[in-house]
Design a protein around this ligand. Structure first.
Ligand SMILES: Cc1ncc(C[n+]2csc(CCOP(=O)(O)OP(=O)(O)O)c2C)c(N)n1
Ligand SMILES: [Mg+2]
Length: 322
C-alpha cells in the first residue's frame, strides 16, 4: 500500500510535467518528485476522518489522502469536474469529502487553517460533548515557510490549547532559489519547537517507514489529547521549484546525491531484500498505477469546461471585491 501510494504520486507528477509542456495546464505547477515518502508516511498513518492541510505543492498530499486522481487531474486542466470545479487549479486542490483543506498559494497560509481545524475537533469534544474520537490534523509546509510569523504564532496556540495537530516540515533544503542554511537563524527547524515546549523529531524524509513510525507516535499523542508534535522530515525535490523554473541554482552533485537516495527505489529494495514481496508484484503495482493515471488523463480531457454563465459570476464577484 505504501509502495503503491508513492508510485502513484511519482507517476501522477511525471504526467503533469508532460501535460504542462504540451500546453494542457496553465499557471504555476509545483511538483513533488522526491518527497513522496513524506506524504505517504504521514498521511497513511492517519484515519479517514483526520484532516490534511497542504501548500501549493499539493497534488500528492491530496492523492495520499484518497482524493481520486481523476478529480485532481481535471482540476489541473481547469475542468468543471475538478475537485475545486476547475476554478482553483494546481495550487488550490480542495476536497471537503476527503477532509483535504487545500492547496494555498501563499506560504504559511495553511498553518492557521490547520490550527483552526484542530481547534474545532477539541471544541466538538469538550464543548459540544461529541462522543467521536479527536480528529488529528496534519499541516504540511516547507523549510522556507518556517521563517514566516504564522508558523510561530500557531506553534504557540497549539501547545497552549493542546491541539491535536502535527506540524510537518518538509525540509527540502531550498525555498525556490534560496538555500535553507542561508536564510534561517537556526537550520535545525525541529529545535525551534523547544521554545514553545513542543515535542519535535527529525526524521529521514527519504525513508517512508521511518516517517510512518514517527507519525504514528505523534498521532497517538494528538488523539489522546496530549497535544501537538513537530516533525521535520529531511528531503529533497528532484525537479525545479515549479515547472517554470529552469533549476540552474542547485549544484548537480547535490541533486545527484539526493536522487541516489530515491525513496521509491529504497522501499522497493527493502521489500525485495526482506522477501516481503516479489518483483513481479511490484511491477504489477506499477502497471496498475499507470492505468490509473492514464484514466485520470482521459477523464480530464473528456470533461466539460466550466459554463460561461458561472465564469461570468466569478468575474462579477471579483469586480465587486475590487
Ligand atoms: C506569503 C508569501 N511570500 C512569498 C511567497 C513566494 N514564495 C513562493 S514559494 C516560496 C518558497 C517556499 O519555500 P518552502 O517553504 O521551503 O517550500 P518548498 O517550495 O520548498 O516546498 C516563496 C517565498 C509566497 N508564495 N507567499
Ligand atoms: Mg523548501
Amino acid at each position: 500500500m505504501l509502495y503503491e501510494d508513492m508510485v502513484l504520486g511519482r507517476n501522477f507528477e511525471d504526467m503533469c510535467a508532460q501535460m504542462y509542456y504540451r500546453g494542457k495546464m496553465f499557471g504555476f505547477v509545483h511538483l513533488y518528485n522526491g518527497q513522496e515518502a513524506v506524504a505517504t508516511g504521514v498521511i497513511k498513518a492517519l484515519d479517514k476522518n483526520d484532516y490534511v492541510c497542504s501548500t501549493y505543492r499539493d497534488h500528492v498530499h491530496a492523492l495520499s489522502k484518497g482524493v481520486p486522481s481523476k478529480y485532481i487531474m481535471a482540476e489541473l486542466f481547469g475542468k468543471e469536474t475538478g475537485c475545486s470545479k476547475g476554478r482553483g487549479g494546481s495550487m488550490h486542490i480542495f476536497s471537503a469529502e476527503y477532509n483535504f483543506l487545500g492547496g494555498f498559494a501563499f506560504i504559511a497560509e495553511g498553518i492557521p487553517v490547520a490550527t483552526g481545524a484542530a481547534f474545532q475537533s477539541v471544541y466538538r469534544k469538550q464543548v459540544l460533548l461529541s462522543k467521536e474520537n479527536l480528529q488529528v490534523t496534519a499541516a504540511f509546509f516547507g523549510d522556507g515557510t518556517t521563517n514566516n510569523g504564522q508558523f510561530f504564532e500557531c506553534l504557540n496556540m497549539a501547545v497552549l490549547w493542546k491541539l491535536p495537530i502535527l506540524f510537518i516540515v518538509e525540509n527540502n533544503q531550498w525555498a525556490i532559489g534560496m538555500a535553507h542554511h542561508r536564510s534561517t537563524s537556526k537550520p535545525e527547524i525541529h529545535k525551534k519547537a523547544e521554545a514553545f515546549g513542543m515535542p519535535a523529531v527529525e526524521v529521514d524524509g527519504m525513508d517512508v517507514l521511518a516517517v510512518k513510525q514517527v507519525t504514528e507516535k505523534a498521532v497517538d499523542r494528538a488523539r489522546s489529547g496530549e497535544g501537538p508534535t513537530l516533525i521535520e522530515a529531511l528531503t529533497y525535490r528532484f525537479r525545479g521549484h515549479s515547472l517554470a523554473d529552469p533549476d540552474e541554482l542547485r549544484a548537480s552533485e547535490e541533486k545527484e546525491a539526493w536522487i541516489s537516495r530515491d525513496p521509491i527505489v529504497r522501499l522497493s529494495n527493502y521489500i525485495i531484500e526482506n522477501k516481503i514481496d516479489s518483483q513481479k508484484s511490484l511491477d504489477a503495482i506499477q502497471d496498475k498505477v499507470k492505468q490509473n493515471v492514464s484514466e485520470a488523463i482521459d477523464f480530464a480531457l473528456s470533461s466539460a469546461e466550466p459554463s460561461v454563465e458561472d465564469l461570468k459570476n466569478i468575474y462579477l464577484l471579483i469586480r465587486l471585491i475590487n
